[in-house]
Design a protein around this ligand. Structure first.
Ligand code: NDP
Ligand code: GDR
Length: 355
């Protein structure tokens, strides 16, 4: 039985990847960081106490306390688990927040990656353990070419992007220096019903659900013109695994090849909830108005603007399609919006019912 270790297992991608690997028959281990409140909400269904495990004969995940900023914990966990595959997904992953906590972001996202690579080397596991590094389209930042592919030059635009650029290069450097199977998936934005609530798509789907159920008046947004290549997270974790199964260690862009504005996401999300909105005004004065009632449902609040913005991201997934056989259009954009809004309408409905 193959063993996989996932850092960031409690996050959006980590939870989907854990499910995927369990289904593939892996023994799955995850790194859990200490938190004063529960941070296992996305993986509770995969994690039972020992006695429940025995009773149900169910395959479960194994959790280990550790932190990306703590080398000793990473070395200890990797030594204990002796993983065949490490998926390094843990990160301070919020771009705007990285402007507020740049040093911590560099520590966890850049040096944290180095710590994982070094731990594997210190433990002499270079030939046994394959490493997947969660790289990002934020590396392209101020885009030098449209669409972006594996050869497009990087120009990160945030402390997060800069930290992830270090993570990208140190992964490649350890591959070239020590012959390790250490690879980057350069993933474009991917969303789901498990997406963190402060990322734009989930912020919208939750607000739409609350507005529909009458428990929120308005949605305040940042840059509505921003364009992203949005895919479904569940499809993307499969590709992480495929990248590690490829015969040679290579970096891959993973994207849908389709781009939409934040405004389009909003319009479609409201439509899913049966609300048609039209847009009036420009810049900070732009408003999304309910065409049926004339109520203002969306306004712009400059506090959500970023010191430096990434205006557009559009990926070219040709390499992943050709070499890995990955299908980038499994979940088309309207379907992604539908999944998220449907989920949040039900979530808010239940919340109200339980009051
Ligand atoms: P999330 O923010 O949902 O999850 C991040 C995970 O990292 C959580 O499990 C979090 O723990 C953990 N974590 C954060 N800091 C530390 C730390 N210091 N030590 C240990 N664990 C830590 O991110 P996603 O699942 O969306 O993304 C996964 C990875 O992929 C990230 O590295 C992200 O930067 C990258 N990425 C994401 C994309 C996307 O569109 N989703 C696109 C491209 C790259 P906790 O639950 O306790 O907060
Ligand atoms: P991003 O995702 O920065 O691309 O990083 P996010 O959803 O935060 O922003 C996407 C775009 O929407 C604009 N925007 C807003 N964003 C947020 N969060 N809140 C708002 O109110 C809002 N209004 C407009 C942003 O300015 C931006 O242009 C995500 C993360 O998952 C990273 O970890 C990952 O590496 C990249 O995607 C690829």
């Amino acid at each position: 039985m193959k063993k996989a270790l996932i850092s960031g297992i409690t996050g959006q991608d980590g939870s989907f990847l854990a499910e995927f690997l369990l289904q593939k028959g892996y023994e799955v281990h995850g790194i859990l960081r200490r938190s004063s409140s529960f941070n296992t909400g996305r993986i509770e269904h995969l994690y039972f106490d020992e006695w429940v495990r025995d009773m149900k004969q169910q395959r479960t995940i194994n959790l280990h306390y550790g932190d990306m900023t703590d080398s000793s914990s990473l070395i200890r966990i990797i030594q204990q688990v002796q993983p065949d595959e490490i998926y390094n997904l843990a990160a301070q992953s919020h771009v705007k927040v990285s402007f507020d906590v740049p040093e911590y972001t560099a520590d966890s996202d850049a040096i944290g990656t180095l710590r994982v690579l070094e731990a594997v080397r210190i433990l002499g596991l270079e030939k046994k353990t394959k490493i997947y590094q969660a790289s990002t389209s934020e590396l392209f930042g101020l885009v030098q070419e449209v669409p972006q592919k594996e050869t497009t030059p990087f120009y990160p635009r945030s402390p997060y992007g800069v930290a992830k650029q270090y993570g990208f290069w140190i992964t490649k450097n350890y591959r070239e220096s020590y012959g390790m199977f250490a690879v980057n998936g350069i993933l474009f934005n991917h969303e789901s019903e498990r997406r963190g609530e402060t990322f734009v798509t989930r912020k919208i789907s939750l607000a739409v659900a609350r507005i529909k159920h009458g428990v929120q008046d308005k949605l305040y947004m940042g840059n509505l013109d921003s364009k992203r290549d949005w895919g479904y997270a569940k499809d993307y974790v499969e590709c992480m695994w495929m990248i590690l199964q490829h015969e040679t260690p290579e970096d891959f862009v993973i994207a849908t090849g389709e781009m939409h504005t934040v405004r389009e996401f909003c319009t479609l999300a409201f439509k899913e909830a049966g609300i048609d909105i039209r847009w009036e005004g420009e810049g900070v004065d732009e408003k999304g108005i309910d065409t049926a009632t004339g109520r203002v449902l969306v306004e712009v609040d400059p506090k959500y603007f970023r010191p430096a913005e990434v205006d557009l991201l559009l990926g070219d997934p040709t390499k992943a399609k050709t070499l890995l056989g990955w299908n980038p259009t499994q979940t088309p954009f309207p379907e992604l919006v539908r999944i998220m809004v449907k989920h949040d309408l039900e979530k808010v409905r239940k919340m109200i019912a339980n009051r």
